[in-house]
Design a binder for this molecule. Sequence first.
Ligand code: SF4
Length: 359
Amino acid sequence: MILLLFLCYYIIMKRIREIRIGKICLGGDHPVAVQTMWDKAIDVIDETLIASINKLETFGCQLIRFAAPTLDSVTILGEIAERINMPLVADIHFDYKIALECMNYNIPKIRINPGNIGAPWKVEEVIKKAKDTNTVIRIGANGGSLPKDLKKMKNRAEAIVKAAEDQLEFLEKLNFHNIVVSLKSSDIEENYFTNEAFYSRHDYPLHLGITEAGPLIPSIVKSSIGLSRLLEKGIGNTIRISISDDPLKEVIAANEILSALKLNSTKRVDLISCPKCARSSFDTHTFTQEIQDYLYSVDKDISVAIMGCMVNGPGESSHADIGISGVGNTIAIFKKGEIIRRETACSAKEAFIEEIEKL
Ligand code: SF4
């Protein structure tokens, strides 16, 4: 019983090692950070590219990862790092020289798999330079790419943990601790037990995600269920929602999950909108589509309602800080259920944004 209480206390009160990645920190008392991964090869850096990356940050992304498949790609990432505000992470496989090259630039974190970098001396070279440049290294294991010997283990969650622990042991023997760990599976149960087991034994920040989670809807369902169980227990220091779609959607989904769990670190709009029915004479679907980019970029801790009719709309959303609904061409803007302004359909969006800005 005493042992059980001690274990509960340890799990609840556990303090995670603080790791700095450029301007953000993971672990310690820091909130869970949102990250995504850029989904295209980059040949040219232009204003459109920089604006697209910056838009991710406006929507609540705090860390951006890029694949670095060649030495030339590192030069491009180095230039991008100088032109954006988010800390940049380089994702490296196989070639230790790419990892070494990254550390010549403003790239505060790299992701490597020591298992595919090759001979131990190559990993040692990488660690030596990471120590000199204060670079964070993400290591970890994925259920789909376990080493051969571990694939035989019956308990796959334990096999994933063991794969990560083997990498960790190697880095710790080199007296390197500036580490973030990820343990991923596409099975949400396996993902849960893997991360819970690792968390109970180590104090390194964890990067959470359900790997290969699929297109938008399946990914959001799996990620919400799979990650919320961990996050509610205080497990996980940064999340990436893997979606076969635009990285912007990954950022929105991550922030929605954190907001729903009241774990968001940045102020975000809580969007309430009705599904619409035959009573609707205000097209909530179109209006929400038109205004959601603005709402995702608003730095305010407010609730905003977009409701389809005046019969139920203002009443059902009377808890919202501000809302909009209408009948035909007459659109009403309300605060806490009380109408404060009437507009036509044409001027509704502009007027609504004006009132949100005042809050
Ligand atoms: S708010 Fe009005 S339009 Fe929307 S679902 Fe409810 S009854 Fe239907």
